[in-house]
Design a protein around this ligand. Sequence first.
Ligand code: FES
Length: 308
Amino acid sequence: MPEIITWPDKVTIPFEDEVNLLAALVEGGIPIAHVCGGKARCSTCRVKIVEGLAGLSPRTEKESAMADRLDFPDEIRLACQTSASESVSLGRLVLDKTDIALSTQIGKNTFTGPVGREVDVAVMFTDVVGYTKMADALPAYDIVHLLNRFFRNVSAEVESNSGRVDNYMGDAVLALFGVDGEPKPALSAIRSGLGVLQVARDLSHYVERIYGMSFKVRVGVDYGRVVFGLMGAESSARETAIGDTVNVASRLEAANKETGTNMLVSDIVYKDCAPEVDFGQSFDLDLRGKTGLVAAHEVIGLKNEDGL
Ligand code: FES
């Protein structure tokens, strides 16, 4: 009977006919990370084939795409995409106690339980202009008070537009729209962003009066796919979004500085919201981490509040 032999622990899993490597390892109680749940969308289930490469199924199209992207040699395979019909010896990515604890935490050792899910969302990123200077000038307690006052109203704006605040990072706020299929996520993000700009204008009167400083924010919005899943150690893990869409929203927010605007959105958001939103100038921007120029559009306001 053919068998799977795991290295370096040398556990043997016999099988009949043909088995999927990940399914066999999970059923055999072997800790192995499989963050995307076996969809070839991560690379955490990768194994190194020590012996028996010839008895494995050829790479699937999805595995080939990942192998090309990460430059895998022939002996590195995605366990979830690979079947064995003959004996095979392999080493896993998961090898030490920390990895084993992590894979148990994230996968619960079920083949079908990915740690995250892929969703198409609108991402809104906001940041306070001149925060470092403000933080240098004011006592820390005053900053905490100011930011909490700001965050409270930002959160209300986000939630009233069917979004959720995903994270606070210093003075920045990351909010998501459409995580659970809410309609018109890009428009909701823009409405929320306009609300946040108004919140900052309102707060600026207060900050000017008390501290003699202005309070302004910048906003960036993008729409696209993210992985939404649990991040962090077991005791403090929380759901958050990771992906290029988050990065682009953040870069668009920062780009307002060079374009002299308050809110910039990506081309996909612009096209989706053109009937409802007044846009101003358009720019071709060189965003950090992106190849080529990225189209960005300034948001002026909503065309017809009553019709929305
Ligand atoms: S590629 Fe993600 S579990 Fe195999």
